[in-house]
Design a protein around this ligand. Structure first.
Ligand code: DAH
Length: 344
């Protein structure tokens, strides 16, 4: 039996040195220290031996068991360690390498322009608000003094929105002006707001027209607001956006919801006023419509035109970065060509 134990020990330890996985180790444990292993069988059978033999064989068997057990735990430690180390080794990291550049998105040039406009007017005390793009015909037209057969409807090629019968007629707003009415219905003067947002027109696109475009509307209503306030505010705006040098022209124009109405143009940036294709050889580029809020518009929202007066203006947004950066086609802003957009 002593020889058998010696043999068991040599055999088991040599097999152990071959084990290279935790799973292999478990199999080894079952084979050599499990209930059915030869060693455990021997330990069980000791009781049947005569006393002298039992003592010697018992001591020997226990010694073998201890050797196997400590071999087992040593092997287990080694395997655990190797397991931890291997992914570290295979994914070794050179911390001195420069980081991988991660592309950071930027704001769209139109968004940048709108933010800039809002900031300039914000500094003059105007709050920024937004309004719905699907609008009631009433706010887009009637409330702005444009009844159904008014010729001014011609200016606004309208995209109508189909609604179930009986409801009020809806459309995609053709300008941001309807928000003037929505705001004045719920707020009392003093009012100073600007309204950036999309507008829609049923028109063919070309280098200077898009059927979806952006406008920024402005409105100020208070006691004693005059044309001089309108002019001063808009001049300051142009100075901030285009610099002190740029010439500005302010002329009469007609819009049904203002009286008097005006338009503002700046000296063409491309030809410095000499006349070119961009400005239609006039030397001037129109950037906005404006005027004193029509007394009927004020009365319609319950603001007494004998006490209050106001000015309003509305500008197209795309034209501003086009002028500034010499972009000669409005469609470039909406084609999502990153080579174009990344320049801003
Ligand atoms: N809504 C006009 C348009 O889209 C622009 C405009 C003109 C807005 C005069 C105004 C204004 O507020 O007073 O053509």
């Amino acid at each position: 039996m002593l020889d058998q134990l010696k043999g068991l020990r040599t055999q088991a330890l040599s097999e152990l040195s071959e084990v290279d996985s935790l799973r292999g180790l478990e199999l080894w444990r079952v084979r050599h220290l499990g209930k059915k292993s030869a060693l455990i069988q021997i330990l069980r059978s000791l009781a049947t031996l005569p006393a002298e033999e039992r003592r010697r064989a018992g001591a020997q068997a226990n010694e073998v068991k201890t050797a196997l057990e400590s071999g087992l735990s040593e092997k287990e430690r080694q395997l655990q360690e190797a397991l931890l180390a291997s992914p570290l080794k295979s994914r070794q990291l050179d911390v001195t390498l420069p980081g991988r550049p991660y592309p950071i998105g930027g704001l769209h040039p139109i968004t940048q322009t709108i933010n800039e406009i809002c900031e300039i007017f914000g500094n003059m005390g105007f709050q920024t608000i937004e309004g719905p793009e699907v609008e009631l015909e009433y706010y887009n037209f009637e409330a702005l003094n444009i009844p159904p057969h008014h010729p001014a409807r011609e200016m606004f090629a309208t995209l109508w929105v189909e609604t179930g019968g009986g409801e009020e007629t809806t459309l995609l707003r053709t300008h941001t002006s309807p928000m003037q009415i929505r705001l004045m219905e719920r707020e009392r003067p003093p009012i100073r707001v600007i309204v950036p947002g999309r507008a829609y027109r049923y028109e063919a696109t070309d280098a200077t027209h898009e059927s979806i475009f952006f406008q920024v509307e402005g409105l100020a209503v208070d006691t004693n607001i005059t044309m001089a306030d309108l002019k001063g505010t808009l001049l300051e705006f142009c100075r901030c956006l285009f610099g002190d040098e740029r010439k500005v022209r302010f002329r009469c124009d007609y819009f049904p919801f203002v009286e008097p109405g005006a338009e503002m143009a700046i000296e063409c940036l491309a030809c410095a006023g000499a006349g070119c294709r961009l400005c239609g050889h006039s030397g001037w580029i129109e950037i906005l419509g404006a005027g004193m809020v029509h007394p009927d518009v004020l009365a319609r929202v319950g603001i007494d035109p004998d006490i209050y007066s106001g000015f309003a203006f509305g500008m197209g947004v795309e034209r501003l970065p086009m002028l500034r950066y010499g972009v000669d086609d409005i469609r470039l802003f909406y084609n999502n060509d990153l080579r174009f957009l990344r320049q801003f």
